[in-house]
Design a binder for this molecule. Structure first.
Ligand SMILES: C[S@@+](CC[C@H](N)C(=O)[O-])C[C@H]1O[C@@H](n2cnc3c(N)ncnc32)[C@H](O)[C@@H]1O
Length: 246
């Protein structure tokens, strides 16, 4: 799937969690940080927010070069690198804030990954985990849409990730050598009729990504639209966040 479609998805995802990022940026003192790394930057949406909040370019890194290329075009004010945390460690790069957003869930081995991130921090540095979900706790209403959580979780598991990483965040951070405050970034949504258009694009994205059928897509759209119109649509979906220090 092309990088532009991922970008649309990341922008929508970022819009849901914007209030929690404002809170977390203040909490982590983003405005006073000098060397910020956004690891797993995708199309650069969060890196650009970090640049605006800190007043200086951030280093945005993604292991997918198509994403860093797109991000460079969209948000030229930042510095980009195609690679991962191992490459940064080899280069001896250090940061006073490392930020991740929807990245831990994709790691095959999240504990060594977090230990490597600890190695990227300068004296006084911190790790800001903006959003890591727990699809295992997801509840979709009405009941006819209860199967949705399984679609997301199945896709993440097939890619080697952990769709329930959110519930493990506190213990993983502690075992990786961090002192962390773990909180909920968000957990509840009642999609409104005027957001139908966004949802339709988002479901098409997931259809192509997770590979479900056109018939399933139509079923989801039909059920969701009518539930939203009746104000019966509800999503309970915990997304965890944390500020962690070594
Ligand atoms: C779900 S996307 C999130 C993008 C962005 N952080 C956001 O919230 O919009 C996860 C991204 O992390 C990247 N990624 C995963 N593990 C990585 C790693 N160890 N180093 C660099 N990038 C990684 C993937 O290539 C993907 O683009």
């Amino acid at each position: 799937m092309d990088a532009e479609r991922f970008h649309e998805h990341y922008r929508l995802q970022a819009s849901w969690l914007a209030p929690s990022r404002r809170y977390l940026f203040r909490k982590a003192g983003v405005a006073g940080r000098r060397r910020i790394l956004d690891l797993g930057c995708g199309s650069g949406v969060i890196a650009e927010e970090l640049r605006l909040a800190s007043g200086r370019p951030v280093l945005a890194v993604d292991r997918d070069p198509e994403m860093t290329e797109l991000a460079r075009r969209l948000y030229p004010g930042n510095e980009y690198l195609a690679g991962d945390e191992r490459r940064l460690l080899r280069q001896g790069r250090r940061f006073d804030l490392v930020v991740i957003s929807f990245v831990l869930l994709w790691q095959r081995r999240p504990l060594p990954f977090l230990k490597r991130l600890r190695g990227l921090l300068d004296e006084g540095g911190a790790l800001l985990v903006l959003a890591e979900p727990d699809y295992g706790c997801r509840v979709d209403q009405p009941d006819g849409l209860a199967f949705l959580g399984g679609i997301f979780a199945g896709h993440i598991r097939r890619q080697g990730g952990d769709p329930c990483v959110g519930r493990r965040l506190a213990s993983l951070l502690r075992r990786a050598g961090f002192r962390a405050q773990v909180e909920l970034a968000s957990f509840l949504d009642f999609p409104r009729p005027e957001t139908n258009g966004d949802w339709e694009r988002e479901w098409r994205f997931w259809k192509d990504l997770a590979g479900f059928s056109e018939a399933t897509l139509r079923r989801i759209l039909r059920r969701e639209k009518s539930a939203i119109a009746r104000h019966e649509r509800m999503v309970l979906f915990p997304v965890f966040c944390a500020l962690a220090r070594p």
